[in-house]
Design a protein around this ligand. Sequence first.
Ligand SMILES: N[C@@H](CCC(=O)N[C@@H](CS)C(=O)NCC(=O)O)C(=O)O
Length: 156
Amino acid sequence: MANSGAEKKEKLKLYSYWRSSCAHRVRIALALKGLDYEYIPVNLLKGDQFDPDFKKINPMGTVPALVDGEIVISDSFAIILYLDEKYPEPPLLPRDLHKRAVNYQAASIVFSGIQPHQNLAVIRYIEEKINAEAKTAWVKDAITKGFTGVRSLLYP
Ligand SMILES: N[C@@H](CCC(=O)N[C@@H](CS)C(=O)NCC(=O)O)C(=O)O
């Protein structure tokens, strides 16, 4: 029983990379909540994400991944919602349903309309199969379309 008390107090662990926008949004949420956590670096440029030990944490081989005792969550949006539900103060989302929906939509544009198109694996693939110019044009297009969408949503 003494053990289960200790488990409850176990520090959160965040597998992260400093240049990862997905990990960055989780770090922002943790900071807003004032939560202490252990930072475990996963160097994406050196290929740490393919390490079999890391793949046991996140079989997708991406950061971020949050470990909370027995619970492992490996998607930034899911992590942020989990943190907001487990630690409700201060809330990350407005109470107003419409404003909340706008927040979800903006988040969705970022996590499904922008980030996957310019993820490391994707841009490496384009560079390898086509060339560096095609990669840059592709990334620029995805980011421009996405942020144009976010701007129209926030400033209709
Ligand atoms: N939907 C996931 C995507 C995670 C993701 O793609 N992370 C990128 C960094 S932002 C990554 O780890 N990429 C590694 C790679 O492409 O090899 C999330 O929002 O957490």
